[in-house]
Design a protein around this ligand. Structure first.
Ligand code: ASP
Length: 335
């Protein structure tokens, strides 16, 4: 029987690190070398490996991921049954969400990495890569958007978050749990997400900086206005509780929102931004009247990704896109 065809794109990260000339690890392993460290892959799939970037996770940019999305679509058109992306874990929760939102193909796209380098005792990269290829080759993973496979859990891109600095079990899904897991040779899906239509891409997206501002006690929100004055194209605020800011910061939101989109998420990291409970200055009702857009249940990190993509690809109704995630404005809310 023909083996499934899996395209592997290596971007760097801990999974590809080796000791450098001076102190510390750097991502220098090629994708081909990485795949050679897992001989069991040959029994699973026929692999086409591309060393796409050799970067630490924090150096990946939107332009890298847009180029990767095109390469993924080309590989799918050329007959790949699934895609595996290996990269740094520091930004997986963001890059997976980018791919989920812009790849126009129903082929499984699986992102993985490692928390321990290939030279560390108990290195987790080989097991993660093997599990990722297994999931990418599984028909059960089709049409679920981008998935993150890590420590034998299968996470939806929209839910996944890096929740620990160093453990191999660093990834969590919220507000729900993982969609499935890998056990022995099996891919077991126990939940399903409805894929949302991807954002249409511009041929030459322009650079847009979006500030992510987390508020703290006695915060006047000066950074909100500073970002607007420094040429940022949008601001995501991680406000208190249900999506609140102080009365002073609310005035800053009101001054900025006629010029650039201001999106309110919650710094709590769980739950949906409220839409109609509180009426004090800086509450969700007040911020809505001042023109702010609710992030819904997306956290600040993912709301920033979504807003940046919408700006880069010139989407014409930003609030309506946030309404797909339970946010938006009163006029756009999906109730
Ligand atoms: N700690 C990161 C990793 O796990 C480093 C990076 O993101 O490149 O890969």
């Amino acid at each position: 029987m023909d083996q499934p065809k899996i395209a592997v794109f290596a971007l760097g990260g801990t999974i590809a690190t080796q000791p450098g000339q001076s102190a510390g690890l750097i991502p220098t392993l090629t994708g081909e070398a990485l795949v050679r460290t897992v001989p069991q892959l040959a029994d699973l799939a026929s692999l086409e490996v591309t060393t796409f970037r050799q970067l630490p996770g924090p150096d990946l940019a939107f332009a890298d991921l847009e180029a990767l999305a095109s390469a993924i679509e080309n590989a799918a058109s050329a007959g790949a049954d699934g895609i595996v992306v290996t990269q740094g874990t520091d930004t997986i929760e963001e890059t997976a969400f980018v791919l989920d939102r812009i790849v126009a193909s129903d082929v499984p796209v699986i992102v993985t990495g490692a928390m321990r380098s290939p030279v560390a005792p108990g290195a987790d990269g080989p097991a993660n890569l093997l599990a990722a290829v297994r999931v990418a080759a599984s028909p059960a993973a089709r049409d679920l958007g981008t998935l993150v496979v890590f420590d034998d859990d299968i996470h939806a891109a929209r839910f996944v978050t890096k929740a620990h600095t160093s453990r191999p079990s660093a990834f969590r899904s919220r507000p729900s749990g993982p969609l499935g897991f890998v056990v022995e040779q099996r891919v077991r899906m126990v939940a399903h997400v409805n894929r949302l239509p991807p954002i249409g891409r511009c041929a030459s997206p322009q650079r847009h900086r979006v500030a992510l501002v987390t508020l703290g006690l006695d915060d006047d929100g000066a950074l909100i206005e500073l970002a607007a004055n420094q040429g940022y194209s949008g601001v995501v605020i991680e406000g208190y509780g249900g999506g609140h800011v102080s009365g002073v910061a609310a005035q800053a939101v009101g001054r900025v929102s006629p010029n650039i989109p201001v999106v309110i998420a919650s710094r709590t990291g769980a739950g949906e931004v409220l839409s109609g409970t509180y009426g004090f200055p800086g509450s969700e009702i007040d911020l809505g009247e001042r023109g702010a857009i609710r992030a819904g249940w997306l956290d600040g990190i993912k709301a920033r990704i979504l807003l940046t993509l919408l700006l880069r690809h010139e989407a014409n109704d930003i609030a309506r896109h946030f309404a797909l995630w339970g946010g938006g404005t009163a006029a756009s809310a999906a109730r």
